[in-house]
Design a protein around this ligand. Structure first.
Ligand code: F6R
Length: 815
């Protein structure tokens, strides 16, 4: 099995939303099983943060709905007027548990029969983080087209043209129940569906795929969408643009690995079906391999590719999952198809097909989508009287094997993912360096770096007129930490850019530039847009990403996979330290021909080899840091000073404290201390000074001295050599009130070691202040639920930047 890391696929569309669907075909599943599968999928997505949840499934056909409509708690409603065919919809604010309670209490009276087995079924589910409209049941997904639930939709992302669509639909008599941008989607589906009266035998004129094609071409913005409909029982159609979505496939018949392998080799496995409406088999075998090969062109063999099926047949027994995140499917299957922007998947009759959608159609005068006939080909009708659209082309998407173990997405013995991931860093760093840092040996006494994903581009990068690093948040700090080394080793001008600012300025980019895009998720919208912009200017684009197969990994010319493993916690921790190491390796590779740098390179390569042990040592400070956090828990604010190699450390520490502990904190370049920040210093404000040994230490000590002269309350980070000296002298270095002594490594890697205790500090502060570490959202557990909900609502509306999980910022799908 080839390693695949899907950490990024957790980074998702706007609002921390999670999207999940489960389809069983030919596999008898009780309704309880189906609800459990949907709910478990949602639970796996909980870490993204959310404030309401919902799901939709079919009622048992023989049961008449005893009650319809919302029960006032956002509970199940079953499509009044549609008898037994309308999908049931359950929605609840709060946690998934509230949704479960809602299904349990209202399901049986709405048409759920727990023990009845359904051989074929398609269910969808969603967790929502409020953005358009407060967290209320009416705003939770799934959204519906009408009281009969002809179309039911879950959505991650944002529809930027929802206002004109809403107006147009209202003019056509649609009544909206929610404040969301999403609700236009099912209503538009119904509007378009109704413009094609059914055939005389009451079959739909449009296939579900065709209908979704029409809907999606009217949408601007970003989305991962799943459509379910009473007109197309047992089918789902999903479409993606800008928000992650993957299809996972479980073939129960292939549970035995040996049998599965034999069957795959014989082409007897689950098949991707051909485009029945005219897509060529050629298309299915062609382009997509090329597209995925972009990801594979990075130095890591990205995905296991299942042999291309020799013949096509439907699987008699099959289960499908659609999810915004691999963590929601990994316990069911490792076989996934990662969808690309403008892909659309149609699940029907035990098979799936992926199509490329074309967007945009001429609007009619009243803003309504152009009459669907405008999209028709030929005489507009097929041999059976059905209407044909120009069929979208099918594409063949490789089935990939996730190398993600269930344990990786579980907290194990840890209380929080953030703690787990901080403590995993010795291993994640080893993983980042595995096979890439080659120890000194007879053939190469100084050791060397091997990065297959950029080896063919080293000459081109070296010939660039400048190197630009472009990223957001912690990833930007990772670039900042390594900039001095890249300048030193390559002697090229190095420019750092925050992706949003780079775009705002329309920063001049030229053909001779190398632009390096650094991202944990590989999906961050600003970074992705910046990449598109730099590509259009003809720059060589290099990706440094954690998520194999992510948008940035695919769109760059070459790159390095960070290989930190799945990062589930809200705050970037292990991905940050692995980013620094990846960029250090890149700088070393770019300078491998430089004899004058050989000694320096050898020093760094040696230090890389001992870095995981140094990080393991620094993790032993955990208890001491908890004590420090206890002393800071009531503070309103903290300043963090660093310079040179540790300017990034200061910024990153402050960001972590802000992001998860919800405490104001600023990272300050120590050289700027005199130019303003000094005015803030008094005996009450904690000042954290990173003063480990490097070429800037004397200057850093002088800054500490001046802070102390103002009565500043200094918490000092020093390395073990300085710590021992101070201990021998019976004092604390620089008169600090508290001292953290960290292991020493080479200057350009010290920021990796130094980051770790500061991550721990942010973690403990968060826990001690009573916030939810993994969701970075206040968890005032002492408050009754109603006040808690109010506070959440208030925070969502009023203090969004503090209350949102980082996933929002990381993966916002619009700029
Ligand atoms: C902070 C954090 C964010 C991300 C930023 C970019 O802990 O995680 O600042 O670093 O949103 O995300 P990526 O790296 O996925 O592009």
């Amino acid at each position: 099995m080839v390693p695949v890391d899907f950490a990024a696929e957790r980074a998702m569309g706007k609002g921390g939303c999670g999207i999940f669907a489960y389809v069983n075909h030919g596999v008898g599943r009780s309704q309880r099983f189906i609800v459990d599968a949907l709910v478990t999928g949602l639970r796996r997505l909980e870490y993204r943060g959310y404030d309401s949840a919902g799901l939709s499934l079919d009622r048992v056909p023989s049961l008449k709905a005893a009650s319809t409509g919302s029960n006032g708690h956002g509970a199940g409603h079953g499509g009044a007027g549609q008898g037994g065919s309308a999908p049931l919809v359950f929605r609840a604010t709060g946690k998934v548990d509230a949704l479960v309670a809602c299904v349990e209490s209202t399901g049986p009276t709405s048409g759920l029969a727990w023990e009845v087995e359904l051989d074929f079924h398609a269910g969808i589910a969603h967790t929502r983080w409020a953005t358009h409209g407060p967290p209320l049941p009416k705003n939770a997904h799934p959204h519906v087209s009408d009281s009969g639930h002809a179309f039911v939709v879950v959505h991650n992302g944002i529809i930027t043209n929802h206002a004109p669509l809403r107006e147009m639909l209202q003019r056509h008599g649609f009544v909206f129940e929610s404040d969301t941008d999403t609700e236009v989607i099912p209503k538009l589906a119904k509007y378009l569906y109704d413009s094609f009266p059914p055939t005389p035998d009451n079959s739909p004129r449009l296939s579900f795929l065709q209908l979704v094609q029409l809907v999606v071409r009217e949408l601007d913005g970003a989305y991962a969408l799943i459509f379910k409909s009473s007109h197309y029982p047992g089918e789902l159609v999903a479409a993606k643009r800008g928000s992650p979505l993957l299809l996972a496939i479980r073939d129960p018949a292939a549970a035995d690995a040996a049998t599965a392998a034999a069957a795959a080799a014989a082409g007897e496995h689950l098949q991707q079906r051909s485009n029945s409406s005219g897509g060529s088999g050629g298309a299915a075998t062609g382009a997509a391999d090329g597209v995925l090969a972009t990801a594979d062109s990075h130095d890591r063999p990205a995905m296991t590719q299942r042999p291309r099926p020799g013949k096509r047949r439907r699987a008699d027994q099959i289960e499908f999952f659609l999810a915004s995140d691999a963590s929601a499917v990994i316990e069911h299957t490792k076989k996934v198809v990662v969808l690309e922007d403008d892909d659309c998947v149609h699940l029907a009759g035990g098979s799936y097909a992926v199509y490329r959608l074309q967007r945009g159609g001429p609007p009619a005068a009243d803003g309504a989508p152009a009459p669907a006939s405008a999209f028709l080909s030929g005489d507009g009708a097929d041999a059976h009287g059905g209407v044909l659209l120009n069929p979208p082309a099918t594409v063949h998407r490789v089935i990939q094997t996730l190398e993600l173990e269930v344990e990786q997405i579980m907290r194990g013995k840890w209380d929080h993912f953030m703690a787990k991931e901080i403590h995993e860093q010795p291993d994640s760093l080893r993983q980042t360096m595995r096979g890439r840092v080659i120890s000194p040996g007879p053939a190469c006494p100084a050791g060397r770096i091997q990065l297959g994903g950029i080896s063919g581009f080293v000459g081109a990068i070296r010939r660039s007129r400048r190197i630009m690093f472009i990223a957001c948040g912690s990833s930007f700090h990772g670039c900042l930490a390594v900039r001095p080394l890249v300048e030193e080793l390559t002697e090229l001008p190095v420019q750092l850019e925050l992706a949003s600012d780079f775009l705002d300025r329309r920063c001049p980019v030229f053909r001779g530039d190398t632009c390096v895009f650094v991202s944990q998720s590989g999906e961050t919208a600003d970074t992705l847009r910046a990449l598109e912009y730099a590509k259009s200017a003809g720059a060589l684009c290099v990706g440094v990403v954690n998520a194999v197969g992510s948008a940035i990994a695919r769109a760059t010319d070459c790159g390095i996979h960070i290989n930190a493993g799945a990062e589930i916690g809200v705050a970037s921790t292990k991905a940050y330290t692995s980013q620094i190491v990846s960029l250090v390796m890149m700088a070393l590779l770019l300078s491998e021909d430089s004899a004058s740098k050989a000694t320096r390179r050898a020093e760094i390569i040696a230090a890389l080899q001992t870095l995981p042990d140094a990080v393991a040592d620094v993790l032993r400070l955990d208890a001491q840091i908890r004590v420090l956090a206890t002393s800071l828990v009531k503070e309103q604010s903290m300043l963090v000073f660093g310079r040179g190699w540790n300017y990034a450390t200061a910024l990153e520490a402050a960001l972590k404290v802000k992001e998860v502990a919800l405490m104001h904190s600023e990272g300050i370049l120590a050289g700027e201390m005199k130019h303003g920040p000094l005015a803030l210093v008094d005996a009450s404000l904690p000042l954290l000074c990173v003063a480990t040994s490097d070429g800037h230490l004397a200057k850093m000590e002088s800054v500490c001295e001046q802070l102390r002269a103002r009565g500043g309350r200094i918490i000092l980070m020093v390395d073990d050599a300085r710590g021992r000296l101070a201990q021998a002298a019976g004092s604390t270095p620089d008169g600090a009130s508290r001292v953290l002594v960290v292991p020493r490594t080479v200057d350009c890697l010290q920021s990796v070691v130094n980051a770790v205790p500061l991550q721990l500090l942010a973690y403990h502060l968060t826990v001690l202040r009573g916030h939810n570490v993994d969701r970075a959202c206040p968890r005032p557990s002492v408050l009754p639920p109603c006040l808690h909900a109010l506070l959440r609502f208030y925070l969502t509306r009023m203090t969004m930047p503090h209350a949102e999980p980082r996933n929002l910022a990381k993966s916002v799908t619009v700029e």
